[in-house]
Design a protein around this ligand. Structure first.
Ligand code: MRU
Length: 333
């Protein structure tokens, strides 16, 4: 398989700052935020300037390297760790990365902490890039030649340390001639599909078309989708998983139309502490994300809105998990 790379760099460490490509501005503008304080990194994660489960973990690890650089004491570094952990509750990669940092903190002397945490952040970043490549290689055979594939949210270079999870697999399958076309759910309310996945596919010259989320049913019924593949924010032991709001609906529709539904995620997204999806903490976000599109008000200004940022899909609807160690098929327990 050809080596797949990306020129998209969503986070980069420099001598003076952690630079974060501000995804809130895409696709209109490519601008980096220069974070010199851990509070700025936490705010960037909380407000989705940087997002996607694996990339949240990578960013938090660099945030810890920054913490060690600016803090006056170990207690202060520990407080920064708690701050970063408070940013987004669902993506387990965040807690997985911070736990790796905690182990590094336990193992090294104060004088070595900043260097050791930066080394760990770089390792987490590089490992995620390698996991993306391995997932891509493992996932290609799942696609019949010329498949039209539907995906939800953004799972590409903007969501990981590498070429992406589900979108990485799609990239590789397209390069292998197995994907002819990508259907991109717009992904209300923050439009990660319409803004970010479309931007990535356009850069790569992969044919795609954006659809509003509520038309996936008609598209499947019309026989226009051969495969569905999405990412995940947390996978439990029985195969239930949390992913962007609307994923469960897509999985149920794929099931109803006999279309295979795959999930691509690294093992850092698996939460072995949880038996099933009931226990996954689902993040609720501001009602204004539903009421507005950008600055434009879509509803009465004080319309009550329900805005869970993720839903939980039962593992019974999953045909397989594409991981860096290969494809895991049911039964998942
Ligand atoms: O709220 P977001 O944009 O961080 O949600 C992202 C998703 O739901 C992705 O599908 C998931 O994190 C996997 S990214 C490889």
């Amino acid at each position: 398989m050809q080596t797949l790379t990306t020129t998209i760099i969503p986070v980069r460490w420099t001598e003076s700052a952690l630079e974060i490509l501000d995804q809130r501005l895409l696709p209109g503008e490519e601008r980096y935020l220069a974070c010199r304080r851990v509070e700025e990194v936490a705010e960037a994660i909380r407000t989705l300037a940087v997002r996607g489960a694996p990339l949240i973990g990578v960013t938090a690890a660099y945030g810890m390297a920054l913490a060690a650089r600016v803090a006056g004491s170990r207690d202060e570094v520990e407080a920064y760790r708690a701050l970063l952990a408070s940013t987004r509750p669902t993506a387990v990669n965040l807690f997985w990365a911070l736990e790796r940092c905690r182990r590094v903190m336990d193992a090294v002397a104060d004088a070595d902490l900043a260097a050791a945490l930066l080394t760990e952040a770089r390792a987490i970043h590089a490992e995620d890039a390698a996991a993306c490549r391995a997932m891509a290689a493992a996932g290609v055979p799942l696609f019949p030649e010329g498949s039209r594939v539907l995906t939800h949210c953004n799972t590409g270079a903007l969501a990981t340390g590498g070429i992406g999870t589900a979108l990485g697999v799609i990239r590789a399958a397209h390069a292998a001639g197995r994907v002819s076309h990508v259907w991109v759910d717009e992904t209300r309310p923050l439009l990660q599909g319409a803004r970010l996945t479309a931007w990535e596919l356009q850069r790569d010259g992969i044919p795609y078309r954006v659809l509003c989320d509520n038309m996936a049913a008609a598209l499947m019924r019309a026989g226009q989708v051969e495969v569905v593949i999405v990412g995940a924010d947390r996978i439990t032991r029985n195969g239930d998983f949390a992913n962007k709001t609307g994923t469960y609906g897509v999985a149920a529709l794929a099931h109803a139309h006999g279309i295979p539904f795959y999930v691509a995620a690294p093992f850092s997204t698996v939460d072995t502490a949880l038996a099933d999806g009931e226990a996954i903490p689902v993040e609720f976000r501001a009602e204004d994300e539903i009421r507005r599109c950008g600055a434009t008000l879509l509803t009465p200004a004080d319309a009550p809105a329900w805005n869970p940022s993720f839903d939980v899909t039962p593992g019974t609807l999953v045909a397989g998990f594409v991981t860096e160690r290969g494809v895991v098929r049911p039964p998942f327990a």
